[in-house]
Design a protein around this ligand. Structure first.
Ligand code: NAP
Ligand code: MG
Length: 398
């Protein structure tokens, strides 16, 4: 039995991923590790019972203990309120956790032999770092009637108003106001620089400062100031590079690249580009995600959702072929980070072996349905959710 020191914060979740969560622990973790966790049930029913307090408690535990692993969870909409008889349409757990951890989300694809990115030149993973605060996600929008006028009004601390004219409308139209803060942009920049050093990979940052000469330019300037003041020396010593370019130039470079770098994106760019990158690397089910707080707390999860469609099949008693790799890598990521912080080489080595075993099973052509559809392995056997995990266990033992 491999021993642990500090417990992981374990956030259980919903539907098919909750089923996989239990299986991963039962088949691949508990037999080998004396698993220590502080368990929080973020399943929708329990969030409802606790008035969503459990989500906040789990996030605060993550700040206290430093490393968390999270299962996918339902973000309720009107349909879910009816389905689960909810007292309230609770907010997105990930949104709540991000707000408490004030973090940056890094998403990276898991590369496996036999699963080819749509772009043959992408040989290494591309990690997307998405700023998780402000811009369009916290904007104020309005329609403007014909003959109306839109202005931007800023009230200073002394009450003095400055007004900037936006547009006089001949016909009806729309307008929006959005914001960000130097503090949030600064912690985003630091999270990216630290992550790049941790991974020893180049960092790219792109925005549209030629058009957005104040707003986007502020992002560019803050990145440049923090880099020069705090990270330039460490980057040189690590042999890695930071560079800024325009977002359209970045897209072209990313397409031509061989991968192996971190791409920092503003909130909206990150939303769009992470789906593009995940899809082009092969499968949403092979995308990992880690939220890093400015204080150095880490929360690991899969990028995909609760795989609802498969869960309903499971409830009808049918076999499912759901890919558990991203959820498994959330566990190995968290265990490795815990091992690193607590100085536990055995645990660290186990996390590596478990990942290699899973990748080995895929390379051998034992695949869940999503990968079987795209794999170019010599052999191909499509297996169900549990058979895949059992194959990983056999390979781990071998
Ligand atoms: P989803 O769970 O990401 O699944 C969408 C589709 O993608 C599935 O139906 C499946 O396609 C495929 N897929 C995703 N993950 C897979 C896996 N591991 N193995 C095999 N196929 C996989 O999105 P959703 O079904 O639209 O959302 C379900 C719930 O997840 C929602 O309530 C949403 O709020 C929540 N969600 C949570 C998170 C999170 O906690 N981080 C993120 C996103 C969504 P096929 O059906 O074609 O097989
Ligand atoms: Mg999106």
């Amino acid at each position: 039995m491999i021993q642990m020191k500090t417990p992981l914060v374990e956030m259980d979740g919903d539907e098919m991923t909750r089923v996989l969560w239990g299986k991963i622990k039962e088949i691949l973790l508990s037999p080998y590790i004396d698993l220590k966790t502080e368990y929080f049930d973020l399943g929708l029913k329990h969030r409802d019972e606790t008035g969503d307090k459990v989500t906040e408690e789990a996030a605060r535990a993550t700040l206290r203990l430093g490393v968390a692993v999270k299962c996918a969870t339902i973000t309720p909409n009107a349909e879910r309120v009816r389905e689960y008889g909810l007292r309230e349409m609770w907010k997105s757990p990930n949104g709540t956790i991000r707000a408490i951890l004030d973090g940056t989300v890094f998403r990276a694809p898991i590369l496996a032999e036999g699963i080819h990115p749509l772009l043959p030149n992408w040989r290494k993973p591309i990690t997307i770092a998405r700023h998780a605060y402000g811009d369009m996600y916290r904007d104020v929008e309005t329609t403007v009637p014909a003959g109306g006028k839109a202005e931007l009004v800023v009230t200073g601390p002394d009450g003095a108003e400055t007004r900037r004219f936006i547009h006089a409308y001949d016909g009806a139209g729309v307008a929006l106001g959005m914001h960000n803060t130097d503090a949030s942009i600064g912690s985003f920049a630091r999270a990216c620089f630290r992550f790049a050093l941790d991974r020893r990979q180049d960092l790219w940052f792109a925005a549209k400062d030629t058009i957005s000469k104040t707003y986007d330019h502020r992002f560019k300037d803050i990145f440049a100031e923090i880099y020069a003041a705090e990270f330039d020396g460490d980057f040189r010593r690590a042999g890695i590079e930071y560079f800024y370019t325009l977002i359209d130039d970045a897209v072209a470079r990313v397409m031509r690249s061989e991968g192996g770098f971190i791409w920092a994106c503003k909130n909206y760019d990150g939303d769009v580009m992470s789906d593009m990158v995940a899809t082009a690397f092969g499968s949403l089910a092979m995308m990992t995600s880690v939220l890093v707080s400015p204080t150095g707390a880490f929360e690991y999860e899969a990028a995909h959702g609760t795989v609802q469609r498969h869960y309903y099949k499971y409830l009808r008693g049918e076999k499912t072929s759901t890919n558990s790799v991203a959820t498994l890598f959330a566990w190995t990521g968290a265990l490795r980070k815990r091992a690193e912080l607590d100085g536990l080489p055995e645990l660290e080595a186990f996390a590596g072996r478990l990942e290699q075993a899973a990748l080995g099973v895929i390379a051998a052509g034992i695949l869940t349905g999503d990968l079987a559809a795209i794999a170019r392995t010599a052999q191909k056997t499509t297996v169900d959710s549990e058979a895949f995990l059992l194959a990983v266990r056999d390979r781990l033992a071998a």
